[in-house]
Structure formats: C-alpha cells, structure tokens
Design a protein around this ligand. Structure first.
Ligand code: HEM
Length: 504
C-alpha cells in the first residue's frame, strides 16, 4: 500500500511539473521525442552516454535539449554557442544546480550556487592562483618535478604512482603547505580525497541519480527499493568532511608555511563570517584532472614517436642536451607548446564539462532556455563536440601538434583562455595557471629526457583500431590500463637528473 501511494505521489508531481512547463510561447531547442510522462529520461540515463549523445548531436546539431521529469538539460556542442552562452551571457549561465546528491559538496566553490558567497571564494582563489602568485610557486614545482624525473629513471614501471605523487605533492604543498610522504599511497589524506572526489564526480552528471531529477525521492526511507543514494550520500559526506578537515587541521600546525591556505586565512576578514576557514579547494578534482592529462600525455606519446623526436630536436637546438627546460624557456619552444596544447585539445580531462545552470529564462536563436536549465558543453564526448570541430581542427581525431603552429613554425594557439578544457565564462577553471605551468613543465622535461614506447607490442592498446577507444568518458576521462617503457635519451641527461637530485 505504502509503495503504491508513493508511486502515485511521484507520478502526480512529475505530471504537475510537465503541465507547468507547457504554458510557454517559444520552442525549446531541438528535443528528441520522449515519453509522455518521463520525457527524455532514457536519453539522459542511456548506458553508453558518449555514443548516445553523439547520435543526438549528429541529429540535432549545435544545441539540443532534453527534458526529464521536469528537469531541463541543454547540451551545447559548438564553441561559438558555448562562448555566447557561458561567457557573453555569463550573468545568466554561471549557477550550479543544487540537487540532493550535490548538496553536500556545495562547500566547494566549484559546486556553490552563483552568488555573493561563491564570488568571495572565487576572489580569494584568484588571489592565490593568479599568474603572478603561481609564478612564485615555480621553485616548489621544479623541485617536485626533478624528484619525479629521478623516480622515472629508477622505477619507470611505476609511472602512475609517480604522477600521483608529483601532482599530489605540488597541490598539497601549494594549497596547504603540507608535505606528502615519499609513498603517496600511504597518505591517508590523499587517498581519502581521491575517493571523495570520485564519489562527487559520480554525483553531478545529469542522469547519474534519479533522485536529482525527482528530489521528492529523497524523502523515501533508506530501505525503500532503489534508494541506494542514501548510503552513497552518507559515505560521500563523511569523505568530503574528512577531506576538508584533515588537511585544514594539519595546515593549522604550520602557520609559518607559504601556501594558498595561509593567504586565504589572511584575507578571511574581507568576506566576513560566511567564509569557512577551511580551504575546501584542495577540491582535489583539480588533482585528478591534472593526473588525467598526464596519463593521456604518456599514452598519446607512446603511440606517436615522431612527435617525441621532433620535440626532442627542438629542445636540443634551443637549450642543448645538458640541462632540462625551465619555465623561462617556454616561449622559445613553440613545438613543445603545441604538443601541450594538442594534448589538452585531443583529450580534455572533463569530457562533459561541469554543468552550469541558468538563473533566469533566456532565448538563444529563437529557442527558450528556461530558468534552472542544466547547461552542459561536452568538450569531447561527441563527434560534434568543440574539440572535434573539423572546420577549426581538420582531421580532428588525429594528434597533430603542428595545427597550433604557423607556416613559419610560430605557436599560434592563443593564450590560456583559449584552452577549451578549462571551461568557459565566470566558472572557468580558477586553477588553470597552476595546472598549465605544471603540465607544460612536465611535458617539456619528459620529452627532453626520455623516450616513451609501448612496453610490449601486443598489449590491449595496440589492438585498438584508434586511440580514442582507449579512453572512457565519465565525469573525468580515463584510459584503460597501459604500460610504457621509459628510457633516458642519453646517459648525459640521466646524469643531469641524478645530479639535480643530489644537489637539491
Ligand atoms: C589540467 C588540469 C585541469 C583541468 C583540465 C581543469 C578543468 C576544469 C574545468 C573544465 C572546470 C569547470 C569549468 C566550467 O564550469 O566551465 C574547472 C573548475 C575548477 N577548477 Fe580546474 N582544471 C584543472 C586543474 C585545476 C587545478 C590545479 C586547480 C586548483 C589548484 C583547479 C581548480 C578549479 C576550481 C576551484 C574550479 C571551480 C571554479 C568555479 O566553479 O568557480 N583546477 N576546472
């Protein structure tokens, strides 16, 4: 009886929501046909969403709309439309949807509703992560990178663990002044944060949880069939709290350290009581995003020896073979810059982007985008997605750094704000300068020092028809497991790395 009443109640709420939406005068953007009661729920929750969205994008083009259980989703496929909506109309498109599953994550500025509190955090993070401040972190970045290169020399097969440690140690040091232990897999704070972020990531994409579309479901008891979201939310909340509290407690022990956390504490008065002193923005998604890019870089490189050789030649011609590239060499290495940019284009770390949400009704090319719409711009997920735009990136799925070079060999990819992988508008990645510097430096030094090859010629990657198939697209892109043989280019460069670590 209880089940029947609940079912009826839910159906009535959905029906009322559908009715409420019908009194409009303008059409929604092209919408695939849906169920009379559930709308496009099947499209939103399609199992292989990447391929399903691809089909929809092929059929509907630049922008399409899905409506599921009263919730509106707009999928933006072109860079022009994304720029128009998320950047030029950012006053409308900068909110984040607050639903039952993301509620507990809204302590992160990344998930906060658009408003005074988010603005205050954003200002503070800009203070800690602007190009000028990020430049002051270069000594930390260089120190951690030289340790990483040394590890690659000694135990190249532990590639992923070395990258975890590199990125974790930079982010923790820069944000909290926290030194991660030698073996990062023993760092509870780090491991906890990774798990928390994986859970958060699994909470925010449209269609992941029915309760996000039908919030009334949250009032059902935890034992009710299909209510696993209760235990998932509880587990995530515990992880998120620990992720915020533990590094904060550790950072309090080191008031003298130079870190973003300390800067934020000093600036706390500027935003009054609403600013929690914890520095939630180790919001380690940033860490996972950076790791995703690094992992993609190795995989792409091992399949593209000619690209590695050309970058190696450029580095040799510009700085010689007896030292590693430094930040000050960056402008003189256009091909290396182009490799970095092509990695960011070819496999953006967040394939569906972080959905924005609208704060009022809007009209785009005669289509109504209602208030509260979840607006998402899959950077890569579909063949129409912006990094796959053939008019800008001919032969888009081919890895070709030279697309970012002029005929004279000059880099012509524009500044950091042209990197689609960092998002758009007022919610654009606030950590992009730190990420950009860390990833570029790693790419430049690895290409200067090592050759990256498949470990065996017959692994799973070699069997794929194209490299795209090696990547799975969830909230974050990640590849199937792969192994590389990583060998120093010359004994001399290996010696340079050893020496740097002895001296350091
Ligand atoms: C290569 C690495 C990275 C990539 C590809 C990346 C990408 C992104 C993307 C796509 C967004 C959402 C933008 C939007 O909503 O339009 C974002 C937001 C954000 N990122 Fe990053 N990110 C990276 C590294 C970092 C780092 C290192 C940090 C911090 C140290 C960071 C901090 C943030 C924050 C705080 C936000 C939320 C901004 C807001 O909502 O106001 N990210 N990032």
């Amino acid at each position: 009886m209880y089940l029947v009443l609940c079912g009826l109640g839910i159906a009535l709420v959905i029906w009322a929501l559908q009715l409420k939406r019908r009194g409009r005068s303008l059409p929604y953007p092209p919408t695939p046909p849906g169920h009379f009661l559930f709308g496009n729920l099947r499209d939103v929750t399609a199992p292989k969403q990447r391929y399903h969205y691809d089909e929809l994008a092929k059929r509907h083009g630049e922008i399409f709309h899905l409506s599921a259980l009263g919730e509106h989703i707009v999928v933006v496929n072109s860079e022009e439309a994304a720029y128009e909506l998320f950047t030029r109309r950012s006053a409308i498109y900068s909110d984040r949807s607050q639903n039952p599953m993301t509620h507990f994550s809204s302590i992160f500025s990344a998930m906060m509703p658009y408003g005074e509190r988010w603005r205050a955090y954003r200002r503070l993070f800009h203070q800690g992560l602007n190009p000028h401040t990020v430049a002051s972190f270069q000594p930390v970045q260089s120190d951690r990178l030289s340790k990483y290169l040394q590890k690659l020399l000694v135990t190249p097969h532990d590639l992923a663990a070395h990258a975890d440690r590199l990125v974790g140690s930079i982010v923790f040091k820069v944000v909290y002044g926290h030194d991660t232990p030698e073996n990062i897999t023993e760092d509870k704070t780090f491991l906890n944060a990774v798990k928390a972020i994986q859970n958060l990531a699994n909470s925010i994409l449209p269609g992941e949880w029915l309760v996000n579309s039908v919030p009334v479901l949250q009032f059902l008891p935890h034992w009710f069939p299909g209510c696993r979201f209760h235990s998932f939310a509880r587990e995530t909340k515990v992880l998120v709290n620990a992720m915020v509290e533990e590094p904060y407690e550790q950072a309090k022990q080191r008031p003298e350290s130079v870190s973003i956390y300390q800067m934020l504490c000093n600036a706390r008065e500027t935003v009054g009581q609403t600013f929690a002193p914890q520095c939630p923005e180790v919001n380690l998604t940033c860490l996972l995003q950076t790791l995703t890019v690094i992992s993609a870089f190795y995989l792409i490189m091992r399949q593209n020896p000619a690209v590695q050789d050309r970058a190696y030649r450029e580095i040799g011609e510009v700085i010689g073979q007896y030292r590693l590239p430094e930040f000050s060499d960056r402008a003189a290495l256009p091909y290396v810059e182009a490799v970095y940019r092509e990695v960011m284009r070819w496999m953006p770390a967040v394939p569906y982007s972080v959905p924005h949400s609208t704060t009022q009704d809007d009209v785009y090319k005669g289509y109504l985008i209602p208030k509260g719409t979840l607006a998402t711009h899959p950077t890569i997920a579909t063949s129409r997605s912006m990094v796959n735009d053939e008019s800008k990136f001919p032969n888009a799925r081919k890895f070709m750094p030279e697309r970012f070079l002029s005929p004279e060999g000059k880099f012509n990819g524009g500044d950091i704000n042209n990197i689609i992988a960092f998002g758009f508008g007022r919610r654009i990645c606030v950590g992009r300068y730190l990420a950009d510097a860390s990833v570029w430096h790693l790419i430049a030094c690895v290409l200067a020092a090592f050759r990256i090859e498949p470990k065996t010629k017959s692994d799973e990657i070699e069997k794929l028809e194209n490299l795209d198939e090696a990547f799975l697209h969830t909230f974050m892109a990640h590849s199937i497991p792969y192994e590389c043989a990583i060998t120093p280019r010359t004994p001399e460069i290996a010696e340079v790395i050893r020496k740097m670590n002895e001296d350091g």
